[in-house]
Design a binder for this molecule. Structure first.
Ligand code: PNS
Length: 167
């Protein structure tokens, strides 16, 4: 029985994330999408908003659920009896950051293994930050995020519910 965490800040979830979730759900018995704060980023969406968006788009997957956590990822893995952390890799530029995190997580907890799934080539340029920038400047984000997420982002920017502090 393999229970995996798929962690990230998901601000917001993109079609690249969704592709990794779908593939992980075929490899693992259970996938817990875990929404965590990333202390080096200022989020556009609250954790609750991010969880709600993800819950909606993962509803078709019977073995995928969504959780939030505010502490160390490896502690949460222990708490949830998860043996694996799934991460997506887009380009070489992701590698250094992900490698560092994987090694630190292993140092903190030897029982948890990090597994990397390569992105599909059509998603290799996709990031939550770019999606937000394009949407903020009124560009087209169709096909980059699930339709429900697209609507939430549009609403956020249209209604001025953001202080526009995103980097
Ligand atoms: O989608 P992101 O922003 O690249 O995700 C990074 C995230 C949230 C997975 C990472 O910052 C994280 O694991 N935060 C939880 C706190 C923690 O365990 N920090 C040590 C990581 S080595």
């Amino acid at each position: 029985m393999i229970r995996a965490l798929y962690p990230g800040s998901f601000d917001p979830i993109t079609n690249g994330h969704l592709d990794i979730i779908e593939r992980a759900s075929r490899l693992c018995d259970e996938v817990l999408v875990t929404v965590l704060p990333n202390t080096s980023k200022s989020p556009l969406f609250s954790i609750e908003e991010r969880v709600a968006m993800i819950e909606e788009v993962v509803a078709p997957f019977h073995n995928v659920s969504v959780k939030m956590h505010a502490g160390l990822l490896v502690d949460f893995a222990d708490e949830q009896n998860a043996q694996v952390i799934i991460k997506g890799l887009r380009a070489v530029s992701d590698f250094e950051y992900e490698f560092q995190m994987a090694l630190m997580n292993r140092k903190l907890n030897q029982k948890v293994e990090t597994m990397f799934l390569m992105t599909q080539s059509q998603n290799s340029f996709l990031s939550s930050s770019l999606v937000k920038e394009v949407a903020r400047l009124n560009g087209c984000i169709k096909g980059l995020v699930p339709e429900t997420v697209e609507r939430v982002i549009r609403h956020k920017f249209r209604s001025g519910l953001t202080d526009d502090r995103e980097g």
